[in-house]
Ligand binder design. Structure first.
Ligand code: R5P
Length: 324
């Protein structure tokens, strides 16, 4: 793209590698910013070059440390608004607090909605994100939200591996739609695990709907956080006679003992994306990271030019059809 035009790209602290990858794919340099902390921990952000009249794209996942990254994004947007940016698009590859999407018990907050309010109030005009925990979060905003998906890229990777006798398994009932989507794209059957959560951060497998015996299981979730859900599911799949277990997820939160659990012999390979920056020490051999940079850079280009995003996946769908 012609960098003289009124487009500006800004990479927040959360995932500078992804921001740089997007910048190089678009041929648009990152606008320099200064981010620092005051002695009391308050964040200071300054955009170093003019953004007056520009369409600005700020790339910032609200991943761990979620409050720091969210606050940095809000402050950057405020700075851009006050600097007369024409339009501000928040590219939030991982939307933190997305799992707090409903009031399940009395006196609970709906923090995913609060975050949407904060972003809108700060001055965001549009959001581009990936695989929201639940699609309804789009409705928490009264501005356009493009919720892109990583599943077609994951599907292509799996088809290229030519996995023998695959079956796609959802680790919980809530993820069934996601698993159906992957199963269709790779033309595989489906099974569902009935998982319950006795308390926050705890999970219990009650039942498996479907036959996984002798099959190569592909477990798909949106998020791997502590890896408790997925590692327990992998063990149960092997107990039920599965041949091997692959794990896929869009967002590699990888907190607590996640890497230890993913290292277990029960898991053959872990396929994730780079919506969240993965620290080098967490990149163990069996983790395959698929980049979302191409999809995001094409989305930025299309939003900038006022073109629809629906066609973004056409190329990959054609390739998948040939590979099935
Ligand atoms: C829950 O509804 C999500 O889809 C994931 O299953 C969950 O966040 C994974 O968390 P963990 O890895 O800590 O079990």
């Amino acid at each position: 793209m012609d960098e003289k035009e009124h487009i500006r790209l800004i990479g927040g602290s959360a995932n500078s590698e992804l921001a740089e990858e997007i910048s190089s794919k678009l041929g648009v340099p990152l606008t320099p910013i200064e981010v620092k902390r005051f002695n009391d921990g308050e964040i200071y952000c300054k955009v170093k070059n003019s953004v007056r009249g520009c369409k600005v794209f700020v790339i910032q996942s609200t991943s761990n440390p979620v409050n720091e990254n969210l606050m940095e994004l809000l402050i950057l947007v405020d700075a851009l608004k006050r600097a007369s940016a024409k339009e501000i698009t928040a590219i939030i590859p991982y939307y933190g607090y997305g799992r707090q999407d409903r009031k399940a018990e009395p006196r609970e907050p709906i923090t995913a909605k609060l975050v949407a309010n904060l972003l809108t109030k700060a001055g965001v005009d549009r959001v581009i994100t990936f695989d929201l925990h639940v699609e309804q979060i789009q409705g928490f905003f009264d501005i356009p939200v493009d919720n892109l998906e990583a599943i077609p890229q994951i599907a292509e990777y799996l088809l290229d591996k030519k996995i023998v006798d695959p079956i796609v398994v959802s680790p919980d009932v809530g993820g069934t739609k996601r698993a159906i989507r992957l199963a269709k794209l790779i033309d595989a059957p489906l099974a569902i695990i009935d998982k319950r959560r006795p308390a926050h951060g705890e999970s219990k497998i009650m039942n498996v709907v479907g036959e996984v015996k002798g099959k190569t299981v592909i477990l798909i979730d949106d998020i791997i956080d502590t890896a408790g859900t997925i590692s327990k599911a992998a063990e149960v799949m092997l107990e039920k006679g599965a041949r091997e277990v692959y794990i896929c997820a869009s967002h590699a939160v990888f907190s607590g003992k996640a890497i230890e659990k993913l290292g277990s012999d029960a898991i053959k390979e872990v396929i994730v994306t780079n919506t969240i920056k993965i620290a080098d020490e967490k990149k163990i051999g069996k983790i395959k990271i698929i980049s979302v940079a191409s999809l995001l850079s094409e989305s930025i280009k299309r939003v900038y030019e006022g073109l629809p995003l629906g066609v973004l996946f056409e190329g990959i769908y054609d390739r998948l059809a040939k590979k099935r």
